[in-house]
Ligand binder design. Structure first.
Ligand code: BDR
Ligand code: CA
Length: 316
C-alpha cells in the first residue's frame, strides 16, 4: 500500500473492536500492518478467531494476526464475564456467524509490537483497545524500544466520569489493572481515550441499519452493531469506544487533551480506577494526555466505513 504511517491495533475483538478494524481499513490514513490480540470481551483465542474472520470479511486477509496474553498479570485464568457476553454476544460479534478464514502468525503479540517499533519507529502508531497486557509485556521486555513508537493511543479508563464495570473502573483497565499501572507509570508518552470522551460519541440504530444493503461486510457489521445497540444503551445508540481511539490516533485534532501523571488502582474497592497522581514529586512527568473533549465523530465514522463497504462491493 506504501503509506508512510503504519498502524497496529491491539484488541479483545468484540463488536466495537470490529468497528475499529473497519474504520482503520476505511480511513486510508495509515497502513494496518497487524492486529495483536488480548482478552476481555472474549478469550484471546476467540479474539484471534474473530480478528482473522473480520479482516477477511473486510477485504484484508493478508494482515497478520498475533496471539497475545490470555489472562491478566498474576491471574491463573480468565473467564469472560456475563456482562461482556450480554453486550458482545457469546461469540463476541453479536452472535453473527462469520466464515472462518486464515490462521494466526507465529510471532507473539509483544514481540510483534517490539519488532515493528524497531522497524518503523516514529512512523508507527499503536492503538490498544482491550486490556493493556500485551503493551505491558512489551514494556517489561524492552521499554526503550517501545519508546521509539511514534504514537500510542489506548481506549480505556475514566478520569472524570464513573466506570462501566464498577463505579470506579472501565472494562479494559478492570480486566488487568496491573498491566494498566505498568503502562501508565512507564513515563512513555501516550494518549488515553477513556469513557470521558467515548460516551460522547453515540452511533444511532438508523445509521447501523442503513449498512444492511451494503454487501456482505455491510450486512454483517449492521447486524453486529444493532445487537450491540440493543444490549448497550438501547434507545440512545452505542458508544464508539474503540473506533474513537483509532480516530484520535489518526487525527489527533479530534480531541482536546490535558497532560497528567496517571496510575491505576490495582486492589480493593477502587481496583481498575485510572487516577492522576496528586503529589508534586509524582507529577514530574505528566506523560499521559487524557482526552477530555471530542469533536463530533459519528458522521466521520459512518462516512469512513460506508466508503469501505462501497469499495468492497465494487470489487466483489
Ligand atoms: C471497552 O471495553 C470493551 O468491552 C470494549 O470493546 C471497549 O474496548 C469499553 O469500556
Ligand atoms: Ca475493546
Amino acid at each position: 500500500m506504501g503509506m508512510e504511517k503504519k498502524l497496529i491495533l491491539d484488541m479483545d475483538t468484540g463488536i466495537d473492536d470490529a468497528m475499529a478494524i473497519a474504520y482503520a481499513l476505511g480511513s486510508g490514513k495509515a497502513e494496518l500492518i497487524g492486529v495483536t490480540c488480548s482478552f476481555g470481551n472474549v478469550t484471546n483465542e476467540t479474539a484471534v478467531r474473530n480478528t482473522l474472520d473480520l479482516l477477511s470479511l473486510l477485504g484484508a486477509p493478508e494482515i497478520p494476526v498475533c496471539r497475545g496474553a490470555e489472562r491478566a498479570i498474576g491471574a491463573e485464568s480468565f473467564t469472560v464475564s456475563k456482562g461482556c457476553m450480554d453486550v458482545h454476544g457469546e461469540n463476541g460479534v453479536g452472535n453473527v456467524t462469520l466464515p472462518h478464514r486464515g490462521t494466526p502468525c507465529d510471532t507473539a503479540a509483544a514481540d510483534f509490537i517490539l519488532e515493528a517499533a524497531e522497524k518503523y519507529g516514529q512512523n508507527l502508531i499503536l492503538v490498544p483497545t482491550g486490556t493493556l497486557t500485551n503493551l505491558a509485556a512489551a514494556i517489561r521486555k524492552d521499554s526503550e524500544t517501545v519508546r521509539k513508537i511514534g504514537r500510542i493511543v489506548f481506549m480505556g479508563g475514566a478520569l472524570t466520569v464513573a466506570g462501566n464495570v464498577t463505579p470506579y473502573a472501565e472494562a479494559n483497565i478492570w480486566n488487568d489493572p496491573e498491566a494498566a499501572k505498568i503502562v501508565l507509570e512507564s513515563g512513555i508518552p501516550m494518549t488515553m481515550v477513556g469513557l470521558d470522551v467515548t460516551l460522547k460519541t453515540l452511533l444511532t440504530r438508523d445509521i447501523a441499519e442503513s449498512w444492511a444493503e451494503m454487501g456482505e461486510a455491510g450486512r454483517a457489521l449492521s447486524e453486529m452493531v444493532c445487537y450491540y445497540i440493543q444490549h448497550e444503551y438501547e434507545a440512545l445508540g452505542c458508544a464508539l469506544h474503540d473506533p474513537l481511539a483509532v480516530g484520535i490516533a489518526l487525527d489527533p485534532e479530534l480531541a482536546q487533551t490535558h497532560p497528567f501523571a496517571m496510575t491505576a488502582v490495582t486492589k480493593g474497592e477502587a481496583a481498575g480506577r485510572t487516577i492522576a497522581h496528586s503529589f508534586p514529586h509524582q507529577c514530574v512527568n505528566p506523560s499521559v494526555q487524557v482526552a477530555l473533549e471530542v469533536e463530533p465523530f459519528a458522521a466521520l465514522f459512518n462516512e469512513t466505513i460506508t466508503g469501505l463497504f462501497k469499495r468492497l462491493m465494487e470489487t466483489a
